[in-house]
Write a protein that binds this ligand. Structure first.
Ligand SMILES: Nc1ncnc2c1ncn2[C@@H]1O[C@H](COP(=O)(O)OP(=O)(O)OP(=O)(O)O)[C@@H](O)[C@H]1O
Ligand SMILES: [Mg+2]
Length: 421
């Protein structure tokens, strides 16, 4: 992928990765002159330890590239120096020259933290995660040190989405605990990733039997769930369902029940919690969250009250340096491009507060308006709350409860439960 950009003459690229050492191993392309720089080791040919220039100063390192033709300089952690005016200026000057001289500065960085001055100069690409073959090879390497262990293609497949480091630790753990490469251990490690990321939480799904009414939604999910079954690869896979409606009508409840229908884990993504006050850090957290979801796969991603999360996208340029708008666009692009089997279920009270891009056709496969329950639905809800609270609200009350939401009927059950009979 980097090759295409280099051939096209891009002079400055940011490669986003947590694994600079792996970037150095896999990025250099045959026939191109790749060098690496960091502020301790200076400039050295890629994959070699001995420096050719003991340049520690970032400005001098950037300017070094001005003396050559057709060279690529991979700069590790250069983003840490992007608050220095001389660094910014040498980049801006350099980009003009490098275009003509076939050089390219590749900033290898774990986060996207480019100041507005240099933002336009850089093109951002993600370092691809190891593919199944690389993961399999990694197992083979590890297996060499242990007698009688063989690489397991299923465990390699299960490890997809992990970084090389994460996969290596998961494989090693599996060897220690089981003596072989176990798919189950890898999956368990992926669950740990979600927990450790601190960006998302597992939620227990709700039994679909506990949702009264909303038959259209249930039928839709049951029907579309078939697209995820083996042998149905030709069916289009739904990516998103939006549930809109007034409070207390069971939107959050349904989101949790959808996970139950699909028999997938439910992961709650709290966009508000992703936002930090550090410029660029929120975007980084969002990328990390979607990466972890991609790694995990086969899950329902629940975003509750999405209109609050993405409120003010339009004015975000003025209010929070564009952070909300960036989070929002990353999320939409990810939803569109990801090939991971997953469904985003978003709930909202007020669609008018949602940015129009969110509602554009094709983003969400279906939008359901969740209304106040009608008579039959109220009867069902009474049965459900009677069961849950061991109360005996007469089903006939459904007639009197027109205009009540599911949540209000639940409160009635709570009153019934505590009231002396
Ligand atoms: N259709 C329903 N069937 C069964 N219980 C329901 C239903 N609708 C609401 N309830 C009860 O009301 C509670 C609140 O519902 P829920 O949190 O899903 O509402 P909501 O639509 O997400 O509201 P809000 O917009 O305020 O977030 C549920 O936990 C459930 O006990
Ligand atoms: Mg809710």
């Amino acid at each position: 992928m980097l090759q295409d950009y280099l051939k096209a003459g891009y002079p400055a690229i940011v490669i986003l990765t947590q694994e600079p050492a792996r970037a150095e191993q896999i990025l250099p392309i045959e026939g191109w002159n790749f060098y690496c720089w960091d502020c301790i080791r200076g400039i050295r040919p890629a994959k070699q330890a001995t420096p050719v220039e003991e340049i520690r100063d970032p400005v001098m390192a950037i300017n070094w590239l001005n003396n050559f033709q057709n060279r690529v300089l991979m700069a590790e952690n250069l983003h840490l120096f992007l608050n220095i005016p001389e660094v910014i200026q040498s980049l801006a000057n350099g980009v003009l020259r490098w275009k003509a001289s076939g050089c390219c500065l590749v900033m290898v960085s774990p986060l996207l933290e480019v100041s507005p001055e240099v933002e336009k100069l850089f093109t951002v690409i993600d370092l691809p995660l190891p593919d199944t073959q690389e993961l399999y090879n990694l197992q083979s390497e590890l297996a060499q040190s242990v007698n009688g262990v063989e690489a397991n293609p299923k465990a390699a497949l299960a490890a997809r989405g992990l970084t090389e480091f994460e996969a290596e630790t998961a494989f090693s753990l599996s060897l220690i605990q089981k003596g072989y490469f176990s798919e189950t251990i890898i999956t368990e490690q992926k669950k740990q990733m979600i927990k450790k990321s601190g960006l998302m939480e597992f939620w227990p799904p709700t039994d679909i039997e506990d949702v009264g009414g909303l038959e259209n939604l249930k039928d839709y999910v049951r029907n579309r769930a078939k697209a995820f079954e083996p042998g149905n690869e030709h069916l289009p896979k739904p990516k998103g369902i939006l549930l809109v409606g007034i409070p207390g009508t069971g939107k959050s409840l349904s989101a949790k029940a959808i996970a139950n229908i699909l028999n997938w884990p439910l992961i709650r993504l709290d966009i508000g919690a992703l936002k930090t006050s550090l410029v660029g850090a929120s975007e980084q957290r969002m990328r990390e969250a979607t990466r972890v979801i991609d790694a995990f796969g086969s899950c329902v991603v629940w975003i509750d009250e999405v209109e609050k999360a993405f409120a003010g996208v339009k004015s975000s340029g003025e209010s929070d340096a564009g952070t909300t708008a960036n989070l929002f666009s990353h999320f939409l692009i990810w939803m569109q491009e990801t090939t991971t089997p997953m469904i985003v279920v978003a709930t909202a009270n007020d669609v008018s507060k949602l940015p129009p891009e969110f509602l554009r056709a094709g983003r969400f496969d279906a939008t359901f308006f969740v209304d106040l329950p009608h008579l039959e639905e109220r009867k069902e809800i009474i049965k459900i709350v009677n069961r849950r609270y061991a109360t005996s609200i007469p089903i006939a009350y459904a007639e009197k409860l027109a205009g009540w939401s599911g949540s209000e009927i639940e409160q009635l059950a709570q009153v019934y439960q505590t009231a002396p009979s």
